[in-house]
Design a binder for this molecule. Structure first.
Ligand code: ZN
Length: 299
């Protein structure tokens, strides 16, 4: 990798944190229509999915052929021989247990310095390639929120997106080709207990740079939710509000990793109320346990 240059004009990072199946990809697509904003997908997976596995970007090109990501890789100066190692290092910090490692001193200063440098180069390069002042990262992991949220000189605003236990339970029962596999009710419970606790821990550390948004609030009153986000991070979301009011579609842009709606090219978003009905008694019982844990965590 090249030696680190100063990056005085780093874009602001808008980081969407939450559980899987919480609506992060659709929120990212709405925010990416903001003024001077670009949706970058789940940047925690960019090195693996984009630069190592060369998966297809939502623009239709392979990452190596996509104008944006090819340019980002060149500007960052990432050499192929170092990608596997970097990917491993980033996962140790980004993924679920990465938050515990950071808080318990399991990441040394050198590892954190390399992590910060690489991420800042990638985010800076996205800003340079697109001319955007806001980069949206929908990686969701609490570990990544904490690491980037504390990485000077990056300015990071974290949106913690939560979903009702019943909604999450229903979403995890659906088959989802190729991405997050369905989870049994018990696995959903275990996942929820762990991940919601990590989100809460990260939120405590990032208290001045985090806002909480419920997926159900976004569905019911998207204009109100977007107005809250505008006030929180200074983005202008006029186009998103107009598109929603007029039921116009949103462009998906250049997302390498995200859920399957990224492959649709254009996505429509309509306000609706969400009240999933759970079919089995065990699902309902486990969703109420999740609800109790949610209250304990004060989400
Ligand atoms: Zn692309």
């Amino acid at each position: 990798m090249n030696s680190a240059p100063d990056q005085p004009n780093l874009p602001v990072l808008i980081y969407i944190m939450g559980t899987a199946r919480s609506g992060s990809t659709i929120l990212e697509i709405l925010l990416a229509s903001g003024k001077d904003a670009i949706g970058a997908g789940e940047l925690s997976e960019l090195i693996r999915d984009g630069f190592i596995e060369d998966r297809r970007c939502s623009c239709g090109e392979l990452t190596s052929k996509c104008e944006l990501w090819r340019g980002v890789k060149e500007r960052v100066g990432l050499a192929d021989y170092e990608l596997e190692n970097l990917n491993r290092q980033h996962r140790r910090i980004d993924w679920h247990l990465g938050l515990a490692r950071q808080m318990l001193g399991g990441i040394n200063r050198h590892e954190m310095a390399v992590y910060n440098d690489t991420n800042q180069r990638i985010i800076g390069a996205i800003g340079e390639m697109t001319g955007c002042d806001f980069v949206i990262d929908s990686s969701k992991y609490a570990g990544r929120a904490l690491a980037l949220g504390q990485a000077c000189p990056l300015r990071v605003y974290v949106i913690c997106l939560t979903r009702s236990p019943a909604g999450l339970m229903a979403a995890f029962q659906k088959p989802n080709r190729g991405e997050q596999l369905p989870k049994s009710p018990l696995k959903t419970l275990f996942y929820y207990l762990v991940v919601s606790s990590l989100l809460r821990l990260a939120g405590r550390q990032l208290r001045n740079q985090i806002m909480y948004l419920r997926y159900e609030e976004l569905l019911k009153d998207p204009i109100g939710a977007l107005t809250r986000i505008e006030k929180f991070c200074g983005m202008e979301l006029t186009v998103a509000k107009k598109n929603i009011a007029r039921q116009l579609p949103f462009d998906v842009g250049h997302i390498v990793t995200g859920n399957r709606i990224r492959k649709m090219g254009q996505v429509s978003f309509a306000a609706e109320s969400s009240d999933p009905s759970l079919t089995s008694t065990s699902q309902r019982a486990i969703a109420s346990l999740m609800g109790a844990w949610k209250s304990i965590l004060r989400f």
